[in-house]
Design a protein around this ligand. Structure first.
Ligand code: IDP
Ligand code: MG
Length: 147
């Protein structure tokens, strides 16, 4: 199995609900380690650029407004099959359809305010990590056998 990195965002609803710690704890429990982490409020331009692929969708304007409405936590997660693993732990986009025990099932408000973002492919993970962490060093863990 491959060690991968993926971009994770705790969205403004997650920060507002006070579940940063619980969300990160779920990632850590699933073997996804934060190797870069930053809390900030996204500008309109940052949010529009990040979600550019959804520009033509009817929900785009509301999504940008939501994503800029409060601070977010930007993270790079590292682990075995991190991209798919993160998507599993997150659950389906619509929390009504999300599986039991997933972050979105337990914390999301609705299909828009769904607490977390996660890259959906290796190519998008690379692009999204570079978008928010262009220069800062991403700290790699040494994957040592447990003693
Ligand atoms: P994903 O976050 O599960 O990958 P995408 O389809 O990539 O889902 O959509 C990006 C984000 O846009 C979602 O996480 C959600 O915040 C928002 N979104 C997606 N579909 C809808 C919708 O039908 N109404 C409102 N917001 C939506
Ligand atoms: Mg997506």
């Amino acid at each position: 199995m491959a060690i991968e990195r993926t971009l994770s965002i705790i969205k403004p609803d997650g920060v507002e609900k006070g579940v940063i710690g619980r969300v990160i704890s779920r990632f850590e429990t699933a073997g996804l380690k934060p190797v870069a982490i930053r809390l900030e409020r996204l500008s309109q331009a940052q949010a529009e650029g990040f979600y550019a692929v959804h520009r033509a969708r009817p929900f785009f304007g509301d999504l940008v407004k939501f994503m800029t409405g409060g601070p977010v936590v930007l993270m790079v997660l590292e682990g075995e099959n991190a991209i798919a693993r993160n998507r599993e732990v997150m659950g389906a986009t619509d929390p009504k359809k999300a599986a039991e025990g997933t972050i979105r099932k337990d914390f999301a408000t609705d299909i828009e305010k769904n607490t977390v973002h996660g890259s959906d492919s290796p190519e998008n993970a690379r692009t999204e990590i570079a978008y928010f962490f262009p220069e800062v060093q991403v700290h790699a863990y040494e994957w040592k056998a447990k003693r």
